[in-house]
Design a binder for this molecule. Sequence first.
Ligand SMILES: C[S@@+](CC[C@H](N)C(=O)[O-])C[C@H]1O[C@@H](n2cnc3c(N)ncnc32)[C@H](O)[C@@H]1O
Length: 253
Amino acid sequence: MVVWIDPRRVYLVKLEKGKKLDTDRGSLSFDSVIGKEYGDYVEISKGKAFLMYPSLDYIYDGLHRPSQVLYPKDIGYMIFKSGIKPGDTVVEAGTGSGFLTISLSHFLGASGKVITYDIREDMQERAKKNLELVGLVDRVVFKLGDVREKIEETGVDAIFLDMPDPWLAAENVYKALKPSGTVVVFVPTVSQIEKTFLYLRKNGFVDVEAVELILREYQVKENATRPRSIGVTHTGFIITGRKSIKGSSEIGE
Ligand SMILES: C[S@@+](CC[C@H](N)C(=O)[O-])C[C@H]1O[C@@H](n2cnc3c(N)ncnc32)[C@H](O)[C@@H]1O
């Protein structure tokens, strides 16, 4: 549950009997919250707290992140462009902190499956804990492995790559995807875009695109509304492409 007191005091909590949340605006005993509904207000010593349903953005704020993670603005577009739907099967690498894994498994639903690869066991252990915390671990298969060497699955609906050298995995991605399946790549630097984009374009992928999404949050005050001057200024670039027939990827160039 999210306990919202004001924009600077927002807390993701797990309700447990006998426990409480301490803030500089007062304590909130969880016993007093049990039985309340999302959308209710509860009294604290210096005001009120609003009880909110924990949407993924608040859940992300409360999770451990041992790796760089994907941000909601990029994840939303990546899922949209991938063409996936509830019930589909997707492959992902690398798992990292599991933030993309959480969004994918949430979106694919109980009948969907995410197979997530990482070369680092410690990353997968941490990600597994994050998935357990949000109750989605059953929708995910964790595989310790290097996708540059092998992707075991075939006929998958989409593949998501967030790793340093995705072009080196592109041949395995091609073999694992179903015909016209989507590859979605996230990279933080411009030199990675060029290598990935050109490799995909020359090796059996069509409809290859590279984009950057810029999100600007606004501070809103009467007669002083403007973009915030601090925040996340750069995340990365997204490259998407569809599996075609090898040798015909020059179509439309
Ligand atoms: C930036 S993190 C991924 C973050 C993740 N998308 C998230 O939102 O939490 C990159 C991960 O890719 C893994 N990785 C790097 N090269 C890999 C490879 N060839 N195969 C599988 N995983 C790889 C790293 O160990 C690291 O955990």
